[in-house]
Design a protein around this ligand. Structure first.
Ligand code: ADP
Ligand code: MG
Length: 484
């Protein structure tokens, strides 16, 4: 789905590659025993190693390695038996070591892929180039003291997985779909919580434009984009900027830019000339990381069913549309909720209730499915009341509203409010007779061939029965009595 950009001088193709920093879920930091937890008071999660005291030695956190390998396996990637930790040297106040320990020439994970589901049922494979493990830096705090910049080292040394994509993405929408899919997979795997607001997932977007079929153009890198919406906006702006630049006879210069979400523009941060020479070299304090076949296979054996497989199973097992299956499989909690509702019931009905009424209600309340006021079991029980004819779909929606309000189950609400559907032939016939008697004009229209007028009779009967008449029976009896 290469959405071409219409320029003044013809069409341009947009090329995007993403670098995503995902914080690995671990108790401790990558090379020390200090807590990797979020939100603590400044500088309370700092060991002597994180503060880079002289003589301190890093020790690899096995859990972080496991999380990186698990992520690699989840992205169907090659796991490298041997990888190396390098020092990436640069000076910054929030980096006490004077270097970051990262992986450069030999990362722990090699090539993999992510499949994107685009609109219209299309799917696209996007290449993963590599995943490497690295330490996060600390944080400079500029707004606490008017005269000074303060430093918080709680994040210093927290384990990050940097997930680098091939330049395979072709539109802001594809980039957004990639990031959403990656986050979904990481959350399924339990390797990153995907929380972009708290910074446990951040994204750098590399953007260039070219004439279709030409070699890759010069790219700019937009740093630290922290939401999917901003990613889409930043890429769209940057692509337009580059097209206008080239069309007015200038050149794109390779540089690092920042997205200013308030103004909706990207701005130059530093040019290639100012780029750091990181002087990478293997960290002499750390041995190469070597993984055995057994170790890798042991992790593979514990992988959960991932969104693509789950989606395929929902289509095959429950007969859902690709679209509905994709929506229900995108989040593990939603998928589990849906399956609990669908088990032993009409899966289409379960899917409609979850993606329709339930999602609508959760959105209005701004709550996650984990905090749904209606449990899967009680939604299931409501659907059972429709299936056995106790409730019409219409009334069931009112009952659902009452369930949301009160947290009570469907049966007790139906009982208390007397909402049971009328399926008693005698009662419906009486209401049908009354409607026919009161609608001489409509009867003539119906018999004259206007079948749509049947709706008027249905309305009359429903009014007379407070909406409780079984609609299927109303239709049948009406047609019989009106003749036709
Ligand atoms: P660096 O190490 O300088 O960040 P890499 O070669 O590792 O550079 O590439 C980083 C990211 O930039 C990758 O996601 C890659 O897909 C992307 N990329 C490389 N060249 C281009 C290009 N011409 N246009 C868009 N993205 C690109
Ligand atoms: Mg980069």
């Amino acid at each position: 789905m290469a959405a071409l950009i219409e320029g003044r001088t013809g069409e341009w193709e947009l090329v995007i590659g993403l670098e995503v920093h995902a914080q690995a879920i671990t108790e401790a930091k990558l090379f020390s025993g200090a807590s990797a937890g979020f939100g603590a008071e400044a500088n309370t999660h700092v060991s002597l190693i994180d503060a880079a005291m002289p003589g301190m030695l890093p020790v690899i956190n096995e859990r972080a390695v496991e999380q990186a390998v698990r992520t690699g396996l989840g992205l169907k990637a090659e796991i490298n038996r041997v990888s190396v930790f390098d020092r990436k040297n640069y000076f910054y106040p929030d980096l006490p070591q004077g270097y970051q320990i990262s992986q450069f020439s030999q990362p722990v994970v090699g090539k993999g892929e992510i499949v994107l589901d685009m609109e219209g049922g299309e799917s696209r494979a996007v290449g993963i180039t590599r995943i490497h493990l690295e330490q996060d830096a600390g944080k400079s705090v500029h707004d606490r003291d008017p005269g000074h910049t303060l430093v918080d080292l709680n994040r210093a040394g927290v384990p990050l997985m940097e997930i680098v994509s091939e330049p395979d993405l072709r539109s802001p929408e594809e980039a957004a779909a990639y990031l959403a899919k990656l986050r979904s997979i990481l959350r399924y795997l339990g390797t990153c919580d995907g929380n972009m607001e708290q910074g446990s997932m951040r994204c750098d977007a590399n953007v260039s434009v070219r004439r279709p079929g030409e070699p890759l153009g010069t790219r700019c890198e937009i740093k630290n984009v922290n939401s999917i919406r901003f990613l889409r906006q930043a890429i769209a702006y940057e692509a337009q900027r580059q097209v206008e630049l080239i069309e007015s006879g200038e050149r794109v210069v390779q540089e690092t830019r920042l997205y200013d979400a308030e103004r909706g523009v990207t701005r130059s941060m530093r040019s290639k000339e100012e780029a750091h020479d990181y002087r990478y070299f293997p960290d002499p304090d750390l041995l190469p990381l070597t993984l055995t076949e057994d170790y890798i296979e042991g992790i593979r054996a514990t992988l959960p069913e991932l969104p693509d497989e789950k989606k395929a199973r929902f289509v095959a097992e429950y007969g859902l549309t690709e679209y509905d299956a994709g929506v229900l499989a995108a989040e593990r909690e939603i998928a589990e909720f849906f399956e609990a509702v669908a088990r032993g019931r009409d899966a289409k009905a379960a899917s409609n209730w979850v993606t329709g009424e339930l999602f609508g209600a959760l959105n209005r309340r701004g709550v996650e499915i984990a905090d749904s006021p209606v449990s899967a079991a009680s939604l299931g029980a409501l659907i059972d009341l429709i299936a056995d004819g106790t409730l019409s779909n219409r009334i069931a929606k009112d009952v659902f509203e009452a369930m949301l309000e009160t947290g009570r189950d469907a049966a007790s609400i139906v009982e208390e409010k007397g909402l049971k559907q009328v399926s008693d032939t005698g009662a419906i016939e009486a209401a049908v007779d009354a409607a026919i008697a009161g609608g001489a004009k409509q009867v003539a229209q119906y018999r004259g061939g206007n079948e749509k007028i049947l709706g008027w009779f249905v309305g009359q009967v429903m009014k007379a029965t407070q909406g409780k008449a079984n609609p299927q029976m109303v239709n049948e009896i009406l047609k019989k009595k009106l003749g036709g």
